[in-house]
Design a protein around this ligand. Structure first.
Ligand SMILES: Cc1cc2nc3c(=O)[nH]c(=O)nc-3n(C[C@H](O)[C@H](O)[C@H](O)COP(=O)(O)O)c2cc1C
Length: 322
């Protein structure tokens, strides 16, 4: 494999999902491999202090690279060499054969996060079984929870996020609420991706602005913002939780990011859309309550929580750096 051959595939690699759409990955082209690392300026030290979402995004990116390379006829595999100190997940390196995957570059391009309303209805048992099998390949589990059972946890998680100044500040850095912002087409969360109306966009901008935030926070605006999550979960639908094995290491979390990507692509190719509701596992208190609800001994095993369903409208395409 000539590492340089991967350069022109980067726009498709970059379609991988990441929390707040930070796209934290970095590629370093070496003589015989391409190193996958990350940019600390594109991590979320406040909202994701353990690095869980960072590692899942690195895994999702790795899987995306492998799918896109295979579709381009490049024989590439991944050599895991996770190091927090070196900010490295591993290497894309030459392989004997093409990476085996049922997915194509077009599947990668078509997958989207959908934050709008979903049709009522539950995941097919056979589809759930496929998600479980993908998780089991990495000794993880999948739990399905009715979306309505999570309304209060999501509200509390969002309330925690909006009422904690450090978290709100970090979120503001990744919001792109003005189309005139040069970063609007590059990264972060746009009003379009969040499905906000003009009025909601202006209200959110004011609520999180450096001057408005302290005053509005005292007036209870975080509660108002958080109540929006009630609407997204108040229907007859499903939320899927990815649960790592006890003692899951950082490297294994990257591998589970690859699993997550396979699960989301499986769903997307079947016409489902995904919408992570990480606020529930970002706040310690709601994470513990979810662990109790699912009878999971150690809350840190809860790695991802995502609403899944058939969207009522096609979700918008999100921004990318490449
Ligand atoms: C590990 C992880 C956690 C995420 N958590 C959330 C979340 O809590 N809420 C949300 O709306 N989107 C969440 N997302 C979705 C990202 O915001 C989304 O992938 C990104 O904006 C790019 O958009 P796309 O998935 O449509 O390509 C998460 C994505 C990943 C990979």
């Amino acid at each position: 494999m000539k590492p340089d051959a991967l350069r022109e595939l980067e726009p498709d690699f970059w379609r991988a999902p990441s929390a707040h759409n930070t796209q934290p990955w970095l590629l370093r082209y070496l003589d015989d491999a391409v190193e996958i690392g990350w940019d600390p300026a594109r991590t979320l030290p406040v909202g994701d202090p353990s690095g869980r979402d960072l590692r899942l995004a690195l895994g999702a990116f790795t899987e995306t690279c492998l799918i896109v390379c295979a579709d381009a006829g490049l024989r590439v595999d991944f050599r895991q060499a996770h190091s927090e100190a070196d900010r490295r997940a591993g290497y894309l390196a030459g392989a004997e054969g093409l990476y085996t995957t049922p997915f194509t570059t077009q599947d990668v391009r078509d997958r989207r996060t959908g934050r709008g309303a979903y049709e009522p209805g539950h995941l097919d048992e056979a589809v759930l079984g496929r998600l479980e099998n993908l998780a089991a390949d990495e000794k993880a589990e999948v739990r399905r929870v009715p979306s309505r059972d999570l309304i209060e946890l999501a509200f509390e998680g969002d309330h925690h996020q909006f009422s904690t100044p450090r978290i709100a500040r970090e979120l503001r850095e990744w919001l792109r609420l003005d189309p005139a912002d040069p970063r609007y087409e590059q990264d972060g969360l746009t009003d379009r991706a969040l499905g906000l109306s003009g009025l909601e966009t202006r209200a959110l901008r004011a609520a999180l602005s450096p001057r408005g935030y302290p005053v509005l926070r005292r007036l209870g605006v975080p509660k108002l913002l958080a109540s929006a999550s009630r609407k997204t979960l108040d229907y007859d639908g499903d939320v899927v939780v990815l649960v790592g094995r006890p003692g899951c290491t950082d490297g294994e979390q990257v591998a589970l990011g690859r699993v997550l990507m396979r699960q989301w692509l499986t769903l997307s190719t079947l016409g489902y859309t995904t919408h992570p509701v990480s606020q529930i596992i970002d706040a310690e208190i709601t994470k513990q309550r979810l662990a109790r609800m699912l009878d999971i001994d150690d809350p840190s095993r809860l790695l991802n929580i995502t609403r899944v369903g058939r969207p009522k409208a096609t979700p918008p395409r999100s921004a990318r750096l490449r």
